[in-house]
Design a protein around this ligand. Structure first.
Ligand SMILES: CC(C)(COP(=O)(O)OP(=O)(O)OC[C@H]1O[C@@H](n2cnc3c(N)ncnc32)[C@H](O)[C@@H]1OP(=O)(O)O)[C@@H](O)C(=O)NCCC(=O)NCCS
Length: 153
């Protein structure tokens, strides 16, 4: 695995993030939603490879308010998926939110998104409830969400 570093998202990253977002998600965030957050509760980081030069291959958006953390978005560029990068990113997200005082971390995931559920379970997230018809699908149907929670170690 090549060397990498994590860096807070900057405005200049939005073009690269937007391209990954549209390739990785079936219902991508808009560029407005992706615009680098500036709120004091926000934690948004990009994962960069040292080689090729500082290439951004993934990111997460999370926040922590009053001891409650929430993962809002996480993605790895599809050509780099399945190589351990998502695990590195999720582990970094958990560490940042714990440092920010999170006693628990919440997230929502599509019922059909097995890759993400396997990743989350690997890091101690457990399904706690189900939201019926929460997500829109490309074919016009709706899909359930699992709400998952991890209690701080
Ligand atoms: C979810 C995502 C971030 C995972 O990133 P990744 O780089 O592929 O993850 P990793 O390679 O670190 O794999 C993590 C674990 O997931 C499992 N996994 C990966 N792809 C899988 C798949 N297609 N099916 C089942 N399990 C899978 C692996 O078994 C791995 O565990 P292991 O280390 O014990 O082998 C990535 O697939 C992604 O960006 N998906 C699109 C966006 C998305 O769905 N985001 C989450 C929204 S809730």
């Amino acid at each position: 695995m090549t060397d990498y570093y994590l860096c807070p998202l900057a405005h200049d990253d939005i073009t690269a993030i937007s391209a990954i977002e549209r390739r990785a998600h079936s219902s991508p965030w808009s560029d407005t939603q992706l615009a680098a957050p500036t709120g004091r509760f926000d934690h948004a980081y990009g994962l960069h490879l040292m080689q090729p030069h500082a290439l951004l291959i993934g990111y997460f958006y999370a926040r922590c308010v009053a001891g409650e953390g929430e993962l809002l978005n996480i993605a790895i560029e599809p050509t780099y998926q399945g190589q351990g990068w998502g695990s590195i990113l999720l582990e970094a997200m958990i560490k940042r939110l714990n440092e920010a005082g999170a006693e628990s971390i919440w997230l929502e995931v599509r019922e059909s998104n097995i890759a993400a559920q396997v990743l989350y379970q690997k890091y101690g997230f457990k399904p706690v409830s189900r939201r019926k018809h929460y997500y829109a699908c490309a074919d016009g149907r709706r899909e359930d969400a699992w709400v998952m929670q991890k209690i701080a170690d």
